[in-house]
Design a protein around this ligand. Structure first.
Ligand SMILES: Cc1cc2nc3c(=O)[nH]c(=O)nc-3n(C[C@H](O)[C@H](O)[C@H](O)COP(=O)(O)OP(=O)(O)OC[C@H]3O[C@@H](n4cnc5c(N)ncnc54)[C@H](O)[C@@H]3O)c2cc1C
Length: 421
């Protein structure tokens, strides 16, 4: 474990748990503060989750969307990294319990993110795929490609059709992106690989329990999204509530069934279960309720930010679980730690919504920014630029751009490898 050096030992020790969007930003915002910062994460990399669906659909490789935390911290003199999974927060002794030992803190920033919410549906959790980390994205890619290989050898047409039916549950941004990308992988790339397969058997089905996609966007953009997906050969089914999945067949609440060997669950997110152990009140999606200053009630030295934290906006709506919330809260939490050290009053968090963007696939996206709605190629170009800029590391940006340009020009996906898991 990297502990503060003798020179920095006298400085207050700020421990940031999580090197995601919120945690990294908080550590960086403390670069010039008179503190020592330790980032603790169970992985040694920062993951750019918005591009997970591209790893899952062979557009990018895992290394393109992850960046080593130690590399990111190289230029920050007052920061170090500890690889460990935090299991418990001991508020009384101001220590974190991890399997590798204890980590003492003076101030704590919990930025542990979220986890897939299967709504207690064990059969879906066991037999379907979530899309929250690199392992899951790689497993989806391997599985899709394996299904094509097996279907190519299958003589029973019913079984073959089930192998070539890809079901995505959840009409939010992840479900929409995933459905569009899988359909494009099938129609633009794999048709060239599997010349003897009948692509009329290949189905991509997006299931949404409500009556529209991308419910956080204006209705017109939701309708456009459904229309574009249908043009891209995605079947969109509304009012479809999944009751169970055994790996071969989806069962719906109304008793109907759908044979399918692939189900990707993009229908819900909860806060990381660590925050349920803090003994504090929980809000929707099991996020921990924080004060407007982002402090944990009764623990002024502990801040919770990002997907793990529950806070409402001025209209009483919960803040969304998106990267801009996590990054803006990181700035506020870091600022408030500096204010505590200076003996000043703390600031309340106010979210500045930068707008929403969602891509539906090649040349197609929808956007709502500052009340202006746009769609199609322009929205797609904006989506591309915004996301490339957010990616950490020049190498990653360059590799992603080159990959993209190649795929765009040649209708190709270079990462269609079935790798050992
Ligand atoms: C597939 C997908 C696509 C998305 N697309 C978008 C998008 O396009 N735009 C957008 O704004 N948002 C998007 N999001 C949401 C966005 O990624 C999250 O809102 C954001 O990552 C939240 O930041 P965070 O810092 O709270 O948590 P995270 O970024 O999730 O970071 C949490 C970190 O904590 C670490 N950690 C967790 N538990 C422990 C533990 N016990 N001990 C130590 N370390 C731990 C994890 O390893 C991780 O590094 C997407 C999410 C997913 C899953």
């Amino acid at each position: 474990m990297d502990l503060p050096s003798e020179n920095t030992q006298k400085l207050p020790h700020v421990v940031v748990v999580g090197a995601g969007f919120g945690g990294l930003r908080a550590a960086r915002a403390l670069a010039k503060a008179p503190v020592h910062v330790t980032i603790v994460d169970k992985n040694n990399y920062h993951l750019f989750q918005p591009f997970l669906y591209l790893v899952a659909t062979a557009g990018l490789s895992a290394t393109d969307i992850a960046h080593p935390v130690r590399k990111i911290l190289q230029g920050q003199q007052n920061a170090s990294f500890t690889l460990a999974e935090v299991q418990e927060v001991d508020f009384e002794n101001k220590r974190l319990h991890t399997p590798n030992g204890e980590v003492p803190y003076d101030y704590l920033v919990l930025a542990v993110g979220g986890t897939t919410n299967y709504f207690g549906n064990q059969s879906v959790a066991q037999n379907g795929f979530g899309l929250k980390d690199l392992d899951e994205a790689t497993a989806i890619r391997n599985h899709i490609l394996k299904m094509f290989e097996l279907a190519n050898q299958e003589t029973d047409p019913e079984v073959r059709r089930a192998m070539l039916t890809f079901v995505i549950v959840g009409g939010g941004p992840t479900g929409v992106e995933c459905a569009g990308a899988i359909s494009e992988l099938n129609r633009l790339v794999l048709t060239k690989d599997y010349r003897h397969l009948d692509f009329n058997d290949v189905r991509v089905i997006l299931l949404e329990a409500a009556d529209r996609l991308l419910a956080h966007l204006p209705a017109g953009l939701s309708e456009n999204t459904a229309a574009v997906l249908q043009q891209k050969h995605v079947e969109v089914q509304f009012g479809a509530t999944v009751q169970g999945y055994d790996g071969k067949q989806v069962t719906f609440q109304d008793g109907k069934t759908l044979p399918a060997c692939t189900l990707i669950w993009a229908a819900g997110v909860n806060a990381n279960p660590l925050v349920s152990t803090l003994g504090a009140d929980l809000g929707r999606q099991r996020r921990v309720k924080v004060l407007p200053t982002l402090q944990l009630p009764n623990h002024p030295e502990v801040f919770v930010i990002g997907d793990a934290a529950y806070l409402e906006d001025g209209q009483g709506h919960p803040l969304p679980m998106v990267a801009p919330v996590a990054m803006q809260q990181a700035e506020t939490a870091a600022g408030n730690i500096r204010r505590i050290l200076r003996g000043e009053a703390l600031n309340s968090f106010v979210y500045k919504d930068p707008g929403s963007l969602a891509t539906i696939g090649r040349n197609q996206a929808v956007a709502s920014i500052s009340g202006i709605q746009f769609k199609g190629f322009l929205a797609w170009a904006v989506w591309l630029v915004v996301h490339i800029m957010q990616l950490i590391g020049f190498r990653n940006r360059l590799v992603v751009l080159i990959n993209w340009a190649w795929d765009y020009i040649f209708y190709d996906r270079f990462n269609r490898l079935i790798t050992p898991e």
